[in-house]
Design a protein around this ligand. Sequence first.
Ligand code: F6P
Length: 367
Amino acid sequence: MASATVKRIGILTGGGDCAGLNTVISSIVRAGVPMGYEFVGILKGWEGILDPPMLKPLDVRAVRGISHIGGTVLRTTNHGRFAAKIGEGGASRIPTDVLNSVARNMKANDIDALIVIGGDGTLSGAHQLMELTGMKVVGVPKTIDNDLEGTDRSFGFSSAVEIVREELNRIHTTAASHDRVMFVETMGRHAGWIALYGGLAGGANAILLPEFPFDPANLTEFIRDRVKQGKLSSVIVVAEGAHIGGKLSTKKAKKDGEAQLGGAAERLMAAVEACAKPGEFEMRTVVLGHTQRGGGPNAEDHILARAYGVAAIDAVHAGEFGCMVSYRHGKMTAVSIAQAVGKLNLVTAEDPVYSAAKKIGLYMGDA
Ligand code: F6P
């Protein structure tokens, strides 16, 4: 029943973890075994198919009871020899010998095709592998950042948004008790989706995104106006990739991956402090950090991840290599991986959620 050219399939999870990875792995195996396929898990992302390979057999028993659990049973990494991503949408070339060693190790371990579950960086690597070696690959869009082109949703995003919403609910009560301004930093790299959706759902008063410039003096005036109206506390959500004073907040550069972002909330608080009168506002920062990636999937991500896993094995079965399964306009479909990694999916002024937030009076930057 398996296809004529593919019998044994490698599954790998690459890049940052998120909720729903185990759900996808479980779906692929549970749908694929009755179709006649065999599976092998590749550990630690692309590292596990480089030298020395780190593999683990994956059968139905191995995936039993994992679908609701956070993280990835295959483990992952977002740096290393296969790191293909630099900055906002740019890709660096992976050395030819590294790409060739993946192809060699696939053949040596009888792996006929790969299902690669990853974001922009992991799928950029997959694209380069296919271009150079012709290996058979199907991609599954994973990232809390929701910044992949070619799909309306990556799994992991909805769970991250829900965590932001829950935390903001907590932050509101402490902010209100102390008449404070709270600056809450969310993840998302160069895309503002988590901040926008989580901030709106969590009742933020201002949301600052990487996509829209703003002047801290205008934000300060907005907070001041709220106080004049008797709103003594404010919750300001700032995406980690928001440009403050025209600059990105970076912590440190990784030598084998993308720069680590961080510090946006602290820098924004300092910028507002500089514009405010001495002692005008009592302010604190909260960095939500990796809580946004931890834990199991919410209902929406669980269902999406289930559907993505089945779509991925169906794509292998149909011989649709070089594609990323994609959820578009309420339908499961596929796009080329090249299209998915060509540029980032960013928030635009036309986005209905962005304009709704503006129209109900949130400060969303100066655009
Ligand atoms: O891409 C997912 C993501 O969580 C980003 O939102 C964030 O900037 C980055 O990964 C953090 O990576 P790390 O796990 O290396 O701190």
